[in-house]
Design a binder for this molecule. Structure first.
Ligand code: RFL
Ligand code: PHB
Length: 411
């Protein structure tokens, strides 16, 4: 057993854990970051694609946006398609210039990993660990234990632990039963997603309501498309050969004079749809961030943005805690949950407006269509969608103050 010390032990090298370790380093705080998967797996895992303005500003301010600024695609709106028509929702016009940026989570993760390795060296992240455990969470010296890829067991004495280990991680489960309140909703459908080697057939994302189910046309770059189809949760990918996927996508996006271009499918997967919130996001000296504490269905494009916003609040809170001030840490959970619940509602609203529930009657379809017509014809309704989609400012104290000033450090 190798016993070491650090200031913050971070479990999980997804967007939340990676950004947190970098934000802490900017504040002169050491961390140990461990990850159950290999680096290659983390860098290839297909997930989100849309960054809010606030997330872009945060990454830029943290010095992480060189490639994002070159390759990210700024989008000033989305299309809503229903009843055989496609309508543009113009975010710039509705929100005084706000946009989103299409830049894949895989690229955010690659940029973050590269930066940690460049700043700290190959030991910055312990990939492919097993047997992760956390203990002593209600003491001043919580411990993080794991076995590294060479088989060596480690016990790290920490001043705080950040549980950034996603929905299926171990950190939330380490909180004693009865201290957490959880809210959960499973939806009776899933998404079948493909990544395709073909230029997108659209300039902005298309969210399509169709009698056969929802479809989304997104993209990764000017030459790579990302598309999703609503399918039944128990769907077996073997029943969906590429031709069937393309045919169904073409049907759901069908519009006179418009065609969906097809290309080789590079990746195919099924994503369940779930809303989940657990509170509080702190137990003693352990803090949960990102999917470890909350999950939204992907229809609102919020999960990655919430994960980044959490750690923007957590980094200064941990800094204060480690310097004897518990106040920001005490406020951490409530501060984050305010944004989490807004995104949870928005994601639920987008999801239920656009998907067809199995067994839904004609009444439900008519209510959805009425809501969609309202969104595209009322400036008030469209503005509400636009401001939620483009997101709300990341806590100013977190975004505007990534580096502690000399006087704050007592220098
Ligand atoms: P992650 O990315 O799940 O990272 C958690 C990490 O912890 C590791 N881990 C452990 N490590 C050590 N020991 C253990 N015991 C561990 N257990 C787990 C895991 O291997 C993993 O590397 O959580 P994080 O950092 O909180 O980030 C959250 C985001 O990944 C997630 O919310 C988004 O991908 C959600 N999402 C979207 N979010 C957006 O903001 N915009 C989008 O457009 C968007 N689209 C999507 C999405 C998610 C999707 N899927 C597949 C769920 C589209 C899809 C299809
Ligand atoms: C994606 O590009 O993967 C994506 C975009 C928008 C969403 C969900 C996923 O709402």
């Amino acid at each position: 057993m190798l016993r070491t010390r650090t200031q913050v032990g971070i479990v999980g090298a997804g967007p939340a854990g990676l950004l947190l370790s970098h934000l802490l380093a900017l504040r002169g705080i050491d961390s140990v970051l461990i990850e159950i998967r290999s680096r290659a797996y983390c860098e290839a895992r297909q997930r989100a694609g849309v960054l809010e303005d606030g997330s872009v500003a945060l990454l830029r301010e943290a010095g992480l946006a060189a490639r994002l600024d070159r390759q990210g695609l700024q989008h000033g709106g989305i299309y809503l398609q229903f009843g055989g028509e496609r309508h543009h929702v113009d975010f710039r016009e509705l929100t005084g210039g706000r946009t989103v940026t299409v830049y894949a989570q895989t690229e955010v993760v690659k940029d973050l990993i590269a930066r940690r390795l460049a700043d700290v060296g190959n030991d910055a992240i312990a990939f492919s660990v097993t047997g992760t455990a956390v203990s002593g969470l209600d003491t001043d010296r919580p411990r993080l234990s794991y076995t590294d890829a060479r088989g060596v067991r480690h016990e790290v004495e920490c001043e705080a632990i950040a549980g950034c280990d996603g929905f299926h991680g171990i950190c939330r489960q380490a909180i004693p039963a009865g201290l957490l309140t959880t809210w959960e909703r499973d939806y009776p459908y899933a998404w079948l997603g493909i990544l395709a080697d073909v230029p997108p057939s659209t300039d902005e994302l298309i969210y399509a309501h169709h009698r056969a189910g929802f479809a989304l046309h997104s993209l990764r770059s000017p030459s790579i498309s990302r598309l999703y189809l609503q399918v039944a949760p128990e769907t077996d990918l073997r029943d969906w050969p590429d031709d069937r996927v393309w045919a169904e996508l073409s049907r759901r996006f069908e519009l006179p004079g418009w065609t969906l271009d097809r290309g080789p499918v590079l990746d195919k997967g099924i994503t369940p749809m779930r809303s989940f919130v657990s509170a509080p996001m702190r137990y003693g000296r352990m803090f949960l961030a990102g999917d470890a504490a909350h999950i939204v269905p992907p229809t609102g494009a919020k999960g990655l943005n919430l994960a980044l916003a959490d750690v923007a609040v957590l980094a200064p809170a941990l800094d204060a805690l480690l310097h004897g001030d518990d106040k920001p840490a005490a406020a951490y959970s409530a501060t984050c949950l305010d944004r989490v619940w807004r995104s949870t509602h928005f994601s639920w609203w987008m999801t239920t407006m656009l998907h067809r529930s199995p067994g839904a009657d004609e009444m439900e379809a008519q209510l959805q269509l009425s809501q969609l017509r309202y969104v595209v014809s009322s400036t008030a309704a469209a503005t509400s969608l636009a401001e939620n989609y483009t997101g709300f400012a990341v806590q100013p104290a977190a975004a505007g103050q990534l580096h502690r000033t000399r006087s704050e450090r007592g220098c």
